[in-house]
Design a binder for this molecule. Structure first.
Ligand SMILES: [Zn+2]
Length: 172
């Protein structure tokens, strides 16, 4: 399993909260499952065609035959995974090590942590147009754009939480 499965889970649930009309516990559980499913390909070849938006769309469409209501939550979960995996983090300035060092205040230990994390996050994007092309696409984030992205995601999360809250409020 990827080390970033928590990010996938949170990002999927966040998008589900924003995009889905039906946010019942069942549907959100489906989003959560779908947001993790593409990483099952770690069993044969990580970041395979199972990360491709078109393949995932086909998988979601297959479920429509049985139950139409499954389509939206599955697709949101699936595509949230593809989206997140397009982004790569540029660690050339050893940001991870510096952050780790602030916590552990031990240079060699921080080095160790960085090595482990980079081994897990080492990736080269996803095959965006598979099965039509095997070319991998990625968007590399440096420290600055990473902060902007993190802020953007936090803003969306707050918006989604507020929307859920006011929906509850109106119901009363
Ligand atoms: Zn993945």
């Amino acid at each position: 399993m990827d080390m970033d499965w928590i990010s996938h889970l949170l990002f999927g649930l966040m998008l589900g909260a924003i995009l889905l009309k039906d946010r019942s516990r069942q549907k959100m559980a489906l989003v959560a499952t779908a947001s993790l499913l593409p990483d099952l390909d770690i069993l044969w070849h990580h970041r395979s065609g199972l990360h491709s938006p078109l393949v995932l769309l086909t998988l979601a469409l297959l479920t429509v035959i049985r139950n139409r209501a499954l389509f939206a939550p599955l697709l949101v979960g699936f595509w949230s995974h593809s989206t997140l995996d397009i982004f790569l983090f540029d660690n050339s300035n050893h940001t991870i090590k510096n952050l780790a060092n602030q916590v552990v205040t031990n240079d060699s230990l921080a080095n160790n942590i960085e090595e482990n994390i980079t081994r897990y996050i080492a990736a080269d994007g996803i095959m965006l147009f598979y099965p039509f092309s095997n070319e991998k696409f990625s968007i590399t984030l440096n420290e600055e754009s990473y902060t902007i992205m993190a802020g953007f995601i936090a803003a969306i999360a707050i918006f989604a939480a507020a929307r859920l809250y006011f929906k509850e409020y109106r119901r009363r």
